[in-house]
Design a protein. Structure first.
Length: 198
C-alpha cells in the first residue's frame, strides 16, 4: 500500500488527514505510512485500553510493529490537554483510533443501564464526547503538527440488534462526520487499498 502524495513543507503544518475503513481494511497500515510523509519526529496516540487478554495482545503487536523512534502515548480521555506538550517534541502525530476512543468514553459511565437509559442522558454523553473531539481538533490546529486520525467506518451492514450497539453506531457515526468535515483530506481503505474521498 503506497501513499499517493508527497507533501511540501508549507502544506504540512496543522494538516489533518482522516483515514477510515472497516475492520482489517488496512487503514492503520496506510495511516502509518502516510504519517512518515508528514513528519520526522512522530508521536503515536493509542486510544485502546487493555481490558482483557485479547486486547493486551493486540496492543502488544501494534506496539512492536511501530518504528522504535516513534513516541507512544496511551491516552483515550482529554487528549486535547496533551497536544501542546506533544507538539514541543514532535512535528507529526498519528491518533489510532477515534472509534475506540468513543467506546471508552461511553463505557466509562459504569452506572448506566444502556437498555433503559433515557435519551436525555444518552444525548448528554454524546455532547461530552463531541466536546472532547472539538477541543482535540482545535488544539491540533493550534499546534502546527501534522496529524493523521484513524477511525472505523460503521453502519454499512445490518442494523445492530441490541440498543447499546445502535447507540454506539449512531454516536461514532456522527463523530466521524465531524472529524471528516474538519479534515483537510480523507481516505477510505478497502481491502488494503486506500481511496481518497476528500
Amino acid at each position: 500500500m503506497s501513499c499517493s502524495k508527497t507533501y511540501d513543507a508549507d502544506d504540512i503544518n496543522s494538516k489533518i488527514i482522516l483515514v477510515t475503513g472497516g475492520a482489517r481494511s488496512g487503514k492503520s497500515s496506510f495511516a502509518e505510512k502516510l504519517i512518515t510523509d508528514l513528519g520526522e519526529k512522530i508521536a503515536y496516540i493509542a486510544t485502546a485500553v487493555p481490558f482483557d487478554e485479547g486486547m493486551k495482545d493486540r496492543i502488544k503487536k501494534h506496539r512492536e510493529s511501530r518504528p522504535k523512534d516513534w513516541t507512544t502515548y496511551e491516552i483515550y480521555k482529554d487528549i486535547y490537554k496533551h497536544i501542546e506538550d506533544i507538539s514541543k517534541e514532535h512535528d507529526a502525530v498519528l491518533l489510532d483510533c477515534i472509534t475506540i476512543l468513543v467506546t471508552n468514553l461511553m463505557l466509562e459511565n459504569h452506572d448506566i443501564d444502556w437498555d433503559n437509559a433515557d435519551w436525555e442522558k444518552i444525548d448528554e454523553i454524546e455532547v461530552n464526547i463531541k466536546n472532547q473531539i472539538e477541543l482535540l481538533i482545535k488544539n491540533l490546529r493550534n499546534s502546527k503538527m501534522a496529524c493523521v486520525i484513524v477511525t472505523n467506518e460503521l453502519g454499512m451492514g445490518i442494523v445492530p440488534e441490541n440498543r447499546l450497539s445502535r447507540i454506539f453506531r449512531d454516536i461514532a457515526g456522527r463523530i466521524n462526520q465531524y472529524v471528516a468535515s474538519n479534515s483537510d483530506e480523507a481516505y477510505l481503505a478497502v481491502s488494503g487499498i486506500p481511496v481518497k474521498i476528500k
